[in-house]
Ligand binder design. Sequence first.
Ligand code: HMG
Ligand code: MG
Length: 285
Amino acid sequence: MADHVTLFEVGPRDGLQNESRMIPTADKIALTDMLSASGLTRIEAASFVSPKWVPQMADAADVMAGIKRREGVRYAALTPNLRGLEGALAAEADEVAIFVSASEGFSKANINATMAQSLDRLKPVAQAALEAGVLLRGYVSCVTDCPFDGPVPPENVARMAEALMEMGCYEVSLGDTIGHANADSTNRMLDAVLPVVPAAQLAGHFHDTKGTALENIDVSLERGLRTFDAAVGGLGGCPYAPGASGNVATEAVVDHLAQRGFVTGIDPAALAKAGAFARSLVSGG
Ligand code: HMG
Ligand code: MG
């Protein structure tokens, strides 16, 4: 039987969060509905972060209220603190994602906390999420390179990923936030992480700044990972990661995996429609 790979769509969140033009709520809802119709089963639809930090996500509650929930699709929301969790729970997110960095520079820039402080801050968030019965996902950013600190020690990634698992995450997504990872650095990072978190509970989250995301996905597949984050249309970037460009495009990952004989269950034509719409929403798109 063909090997199945799950794609976790982050376009509506990671893809749009960096856009300077305020995208109408109705368009965000329409994009997520198109993604739901493409066969994707996991979609990060919004983030409940401070609107002072990320103005584009200020309408998260309205987006979550407006989308058509399709059976079999889980809708996730990113949450940095208890306030964000309350918002995500009120919006009936199926899962919430907490996020940390493997480098101090990005941790400070992105969430105004050290790595240790971020873990302390997230413990009660994780506990409350689990008590509320929602699934908990974790992200580690800057798994190979940090825009402020340079190369990141793989041990940092292993330590942060393990801490997220101990908090009750069902999966930890390993983020190449600025798209600087290559096959070597991805392998070295996985050498450190795999002994503490099994491949089945890891996802790869590759931005594609240098065009190496598909190569990094191949390396990760070889190491046993079967879940990858991607953004339709290759949208994205992080407002607090200078130089970060888009996530790897979901369309490119679907095509690449199909060529390699993996099954994703995603309809390329429906996804292409969502991709064209996504690109029309962003500056220069
Ligand atoms: P802070 O300024 O240190 O803390 O921000 P604060 O508690 O003083 O909050 C500032 C203001 O925001 C306050 O308002 C709070 O009430 C409000 P004021 O009193 O000044 O009027 N506030 C909130 N409002 C709504 N919802 C909330 C919330 N929390 C506080 N949840 C904080 C700390 C963590 C809040 C801030 O730094 C923040 O929101 N950061 C998020 C940045 C972000 O979203 N980055 C992008 C996502 S991560 C990413 O893209 C990487 C990833 O894709 C993986 C990868 O690629 O590596 C996941
Ligand atoms: Mg990202």
